[in-house]
Design a binder for this molecule. Sequence first.
Ligand code: A2P
Length: 272
Amino acid sequence: MNDMSEAKQAMEAIERHPDAQEVMAVQHYTDRLFSFRVTRPQSLRFRSGEFVMIGLLQENGKPLLRAYSIASPSWDDELEFYSIKVPDGPLTSKLQNIKVGDDIILRPKPVGTLVLDALIPGKRLFMLSTGTGFAPFASLVRDPETYEKFDEVVVTHTCRDVAELDYSKQLIGSLAEDPLIGEFVEGKLKYYPTTTREQSENMGRITDNINSGKVFDDLGIDALDPETDRVMLCGSMAFNTDVREILEAKGFEEGANSKPATFVLEKAFVGE
Ligand code: A2P
């Protein structure tokens, strides 16, 4: 009996994909959104805000991979991801069914521009997101370096419906009590969730709320200023284009790892 199970374990160890990571937790928010946590490869170093390729093995034995922002901070022992579920999406139609103990495939090569290194020093950091574009900011709001570099951190998240804000609301709500990050966040972090298709406390596209000044009035803060402010944005292509236009008209300049400036952007991944 023992010999049998040892033999089976040995077989599994041989067959396991070298980039396999075990699923440690899964949480579903709506029929369109879920998050999950996996083991972290010991060798993986990344900067909060970066993304990696993850996916599942197909029947032909080859992995089907998509780019996913790492939603957990760089100090976390595990890796967290926040995903959309597309019913006929090649990857997410299957990925949405993962259970604790399953394997996913993760290529440990982190990259991306939504990193603090791509911004020049400033006083306030704005992170503007729609939908799953909140994922890289879920990492950055849990990184002490964010609060060491900026006096004030403003995170906005816009979704169609109230339930789609659950992930960001729960995460931001838990920070004050977090033993590691709580003291950094206190008095520095402002969260501004808005919905566009269902009634909630704050309504409207963030683009409109920036143009009208509503977001700044609601938060009781000064309007955007390239002298003092740095901005990161992550959402749909149309969202990124529209916000970029607003920022450039105000005198902000797009930065990159090789040339830090006053704002950076990245498309929210996995459109499927
Ligand atoms: P809206 O409902 O007015 O389209 P999606 O679920 O389609 O990815 O959209 C997520 C959120 O982003 C929605 O609230 C949507 O608002 C908003 N959004 C989509 N495009 C833009 C844009 N170009 N500028 C600002 N907000 C946008």
